[in-house]
Design a protein around this ligand. Sequence first.
Ligand code: ATP
Length: 348
Amino acid sequence: MTETNAPLAITLRNCAKTFADGTRALEPLNLAIDAGETVVFLGPSGCGKTTTLRIIAGLEEPDAGGAVLFDGTDVTALPIERRNVGMVFQSYALFPNMSVAENIGYGLKIRRMPAAQIRARVAEMLGMMRIEKLADRRIDQLSGGQRQRVALARALAVRPRALLLDEPLTALDAKLRDTLRLEIDTLLRSLQITAIYVTHDQAEAMALGDRIVVMEHGRVAQIGSPREIYQKPASRFVAEFIGTMNRLTGRAENGVFSCRAGRIAWADLPAHATEILFRPEDIRLAETPEQASLRGQVAAAFFLGDRTRLFVDVGEAQPLVVESAARRDFSHGEAVGLTIDPRGLLVL
Ligand code: ATP
């Protein structure tokens, strides 16, 4: 196999997947992934993320009529070992009977690289992942975070043209997840490798993705940058899957939205809006509650250290989520005034 570091452009053309038992895992998907881009597939369990990744890897064939293109060349019939992509799984999938160094060098050995070169490449990878001291350990002597570093090193050792990652951090505890997420982000950017990352964790998707593909029941719900997905969700599903969304119901008249909590003036208010949505960061407690145009009562308050997360009852089915950095406690039933930043308002 020729070695090359040039990142790969990947195109999915009309890729659907129906399994033998009739399960329709993926509706026809068209997607162009740029060379060097990090694309994150995000969605709830069973929405088809892994199936899409496996089609790209060559572990799964798309239904008839679907095609996978690498740099414009059709690779649909090419098996995984000839696609030159690296894979990292949630389960690590390391060889338990081999040492760390042997695991990392495995793909090179298969490719019949001379032993001295393998040693040099393995040393380079151990250094890149900062696990030099673990070279001779067995896999069962490693922590979860160390195993995932070995899995990354093994995938990258063959200098793949694309890296495919399937929930690589899910098995790790929260703090380690944060650390490794940052490391993966730094790594992907410094290597400028095309990366496809599957997760159901929206924070992970926002942090890593140049673009996020939000999936729902085998369909693409939205494709966009993290900011687009968060600030301009295309549907209620996307709006509610990513982050927290507040909702007020009421009616629109002459640029004013009236609801149980009060009135909101918004120049861009669509005439037929019966519901407006906004994020917690776009609503805040008014300094003078009596003069605020929206009113409610504190239903619950959770002190989080750097801020307090308030649930404010405004007569809707769900309380509003509001955050406050005020250095004081809030009492249940306390009357509060609220101010909304109209730039954060959405109507879907
Ligand atoms: P998760 O986050 O739980 O891994 P996912 O979004 O990655 O979910 P997929 O693994 O792609 O979802 O599965 C999509 C759908 O296809 C699911 O309904 C799943 O049960 C089904 N599925 C996956 N593999 C097979 C198979 N080999 N045979 C039949 N159905 C399958």
